[in-house]
Write a protein of this length. Structure first.
Length: 295
């Protein structure tokens, strides 16, 4: 269970169900919802488990990850690497079969694409080589909305692509805020996260830019989701932008104090970003069920 990183999976599932409600314009069959949630959980668990297998060397170095099952107890671990890899592959196979046989093969293929993208593009290709690792590699976390939409409709339509873009643009501010807090951890592991290779003021400014792009993407869904959703999206977006600018101001105001001064601000934005995404997709879900509020 620990290998699957369940706290990350929770956030992925928060985006799946509202997308299914929006695709259905109501409540899809309960069986389909359960199959999609279980299949999505297995797919994300597969990717996270294999990620733990591949990153066990740097997980042992970083304090934030030193308690993961493959590296705990001074690197000895409580699970053998081969067993973890086999478990990850089995989870992926289970996700593919469940989604393919009980939802549709497009949804299964999209779940498989997310696994492949997270393992090969993010973990193996980008994470240890490029500061753009989380910008590009973060796309793996956007696939659940495509899986949910495909499970309901058998296709991928423009609203699903817009929701994909929302999460894609949300990921850098979310993760860079965390990486600002644990910059020394990533530096010790030689992982070139943006806060490791760029001044903190530059990182904060990029967080603001991506935040504006993310809010614009949320507003792009208004023609499909309706004006009530638009009110929620605008209010939540304004809240997020105020906090992003607040982080930028704090970081720029006390550069000489370094990590000690800036550390509370990034984690404030990190936790807020989780609440923001949850509330935004709750608005998607609620307004998809309302008989009014559409154009």
């Amino acid at each position: 269970m620990a290998l699957t990183k369940p706290r990350i999976i929770e956030l992925l599932l928060v985006t799946t169900v509202p997308t299914m409600l929006l695709a259905q314009r109501g409540v899809p069959p309960l069986r389909l919802v359960l199959v999609t949630l279980i299949g999505g959980t297995l797919a994300a668990a597969s990717a996270n488990t294999i990620n733990c297998y591949l990153d066990r060397d740097i997980d042992a170095v970083m304090k934030r990850t030193a308690r993961r099952p493959l590296v705990v107890n001074g690197g000895q671990g409580t699970i053998r690497p081969g067993e973890a890899l086999a478990w990850g592959i089995a989870l992926g196979a289970g996700a593919t079969l469940l989604l393919g046989l009980m939802a549709n093969w497009l949804a299964a293929s999209l779940a498989d694409a997310a696994i492949v993208f997270y393992i090969f593009i993010y973990t193996l290709l980008l994470k240890r080589r490029s500061p753009a690792n989380i910008v590009i590699g973060g796309a793996a976390g956007c696939f659940p909305v495509l899986v949910g939409w495909a499970a309901v409709t058998g296709t991928v339509a423009l609203p699903a692509v817009v929701l994909f873009a929302v999460i894609f643009l949300w990921t850098p501010p979310h993760f860079w805020a965390l990486a600002m807090k644990f910059r020394k951890d990533y530096a010790a592991a030689n992982v070139p996260m943006l806060p490791v290779v760029a001044p903190q003021g530059v990182v904060a400014r990029k967080i603001v830019w991506y935040s504006y792009a993310m809010v614009a993407a949320t507003l792009a869904l208004i023609p499909y989701a309706g004006w009530i959703y638009g009110v929620f999206a605008a209010a939540l977006g304004a809240w997020f932008l105020v906090e992003a600018h607040g982080l930028d101001t704090r970081v720029r105001a006390a550069p000489e104090e370094g990590d000690r001064a800036a550390s509370p601000a990034p984690m404030r934005l990190f936790h807020l970003s989780i609440a923001y995404l949850t509330l935004l997709f709750a608005a998607v879900a609620v307004t998809a069920l309302l008989p009014w509020g559409r154009w």
